[in-house]
Ligand binder design. Structure first.
Ligand code: AMP
Ligand code: GLY
Length: 421
């Protein structure tokens, strides 16, 4: 079966790497893809919002399955567009993707169904929001309602920071319409974890749990990024907490979506905080695979990813067994100088062709005129190491990362350390 994957980052590279191992996978296309993905798939120069061109391409090439990677086309209804043309597509419809696309929708849903999350208030009016904020203690969390490329959330430790964040969103309108409403939320202390799950209606099959590192610098310092590294499994988090999160958060949310007439199909990704008393609470829901969570989760999948995608899209996930390996995986992101702010592109990369095939996932690379590799994004590469333990996988990842060079290369040196203390 021929497949079209929509997107062009490290997450899509990992999805394609996993799909390409399926005996039933035929030709794989990726729109728009990137230079690393081009080693495994035929990249087609169509943007993720060009729904007419994407559906026409899928029809013309008779692809049997389309897989959507990123959040914004999901929120814009890309799944509905493919379905309207009778094309099989893995991902949630627009009304289900709203669980990520609107934080007010997500918070109201969890509140209505009694699913654990931080206490919150939502506002469409700046003065009302400011008055409420002034009556709260710090730390406190300010969130733009809509998608803001991972930048819409401020954890404010002082009143000044909190008021500035609110002003940014509601007065300066730096996120445009995504900031028409804000959520002001209770600060949750504790340890974060990500649980991604395949979901088809009320059926939930959790994937191996992972932990991301969002701030750009060691020790969780500096501004938040899309993610600087991940690891899986989480040996320091008891299995009972992971099970509790699935039972009290992900499964009830999938049920609630069905009850609301917004049945979810695809990957539901819960960002969770484990409070000091060991109780998991929801920070956010995403309607897609995480980036770079996918880069450590899929290498641990023993089952056939294509079969799982087909089972979800055909509504038969409950009859599908999914197996995970006990092996550990660690992903270290190599980023451009200046990321998550402005950064240069076109910087030559060396050492890339010597890497073990498949486990260096490209996020932002391009080919230079002479056939070499150059940087082409903020996050450039996700280097994955595997091993019997997190310590071994971590060592393998950093060894590989050291072998790759480009001017201004930055990476955190403490990925997965939380699992080792
Ligand atoms: P989000 O984009 O919603 O994942 O938020 C980005 C980051 O902000 C999360 O990964 C957390 O580290 C932090 N965060 C969000 N909400 C809260 C909260 N209620 N309490 C503490 N930290 C939070
Ligand atoms: N790594 C976090 C995300 O994909 O949203």
């Amino acid at each position: 079966m021929d497949i079209l994957v929509v997107g062009g980052g490290g997450r899509e590279h990992a999805i394609i790497w996993s799909l390409s191992q399926s005996p039933n996978a035929g030709k794989i296309y990726c729109a728009p893809g990137n230079a690393g993905i081009a080693q495994l798939a035929e990249c087609v120069p169509i943007g993720v919002f060009e729904f007419d061109k994407l559906t026409a391409f899928a029809k013309e090439r008779e692809v049997g399955l389309v897989v959507i990677g990123p959040d914004d086309p999901l929120a814009a209804g890309i799944v509905d567009a493919f379905e309207a043309q009778g094309i099989k597509v893995f991902g949630p419809r627009r009304n289900a993707a709203e669980i990520e696309g609107s934080k007010t929708f997500m918070k109201d849903l969890l509140h209505k169904y009694g699913i654990p999350t931080a206490a919150y208030e939502k506002f469409g009016d700046y003065e009302a929001a400011l008055a409420y904020l002034r009556a709260q203690d710090v730390p406190i969390v300010i969130k733009a309602d809509g998608l803001a490329a991972g930048k819409g959330v401020t954890v404010a430790y002082t009143r000044e920071e909190a008021e500035e964040a609110l002003r940014h969103i509601m007065v300066d309108k730096v996120f445009g319409e995504a900031g028409a409403q804000v959520v002001i939320e209770e600060f949750l202390a504790g340890q974060e974890m990500s649980i991604l799950a395949f979901v088809d209606g009320e059926t939930v099959r959790p994937m191996a749990a992972a932990q991301d590192h969002k701030p750009v610098f060691d020790g969780d310092k500096g501004p938040n990024t899309g993610g600087m590294g991940t690891y899986s499994p989480l040996p320091h988090i008891p299995a009972s907490i992971i099970e509790e999160a699935v039972k009290t958060i992900i499964e009830p949310t999938a049920k609630a979506m069905v009850a609301e007439g917004r049945s979810f199909s695809g990957v539901l990704f819960a960002g969770l905080m484990i409070s000091p008393d060991g109780r998991p609470k929801t920070i956010e829901f995403n309607a897609r695979f995480g980036d770079p969570e996918t880069q450590v989760v899929l290498p641990r999948l023993k089952s056939d990813l294509l079969e799982i995608f087909l089972a979800v899209t055909e509504g038969r996930l409950k009859d599908t067994d999914i197996e995970w390996s006990d092996e550990a995986a660690v992903c270290v992101v190599l980023a451009s100088e200046g990321y998550p702010g402005t950064y240069p592109k076109g910087v030559p990369i060396t050492g890339l062709d010597d890497q073990e095939a498949g486990l260096v996932f490209h996020a932002g690379t391009a080919r230079s005129a002479d056939g070499g590799w150059v940087t082409n994004g903020g996050r450039v590469l996700g280097v994955v190491g595997r091993g019997a333990t997190i310590a071994e996988a971590r060592e393998a990842a950093y060894k590989k990362a050291e072998g790759i060079s480009f001017a201004g290369k930055q990476c955190r040196s403490d990925i997965a350390m939380k699992a080792l203390v």
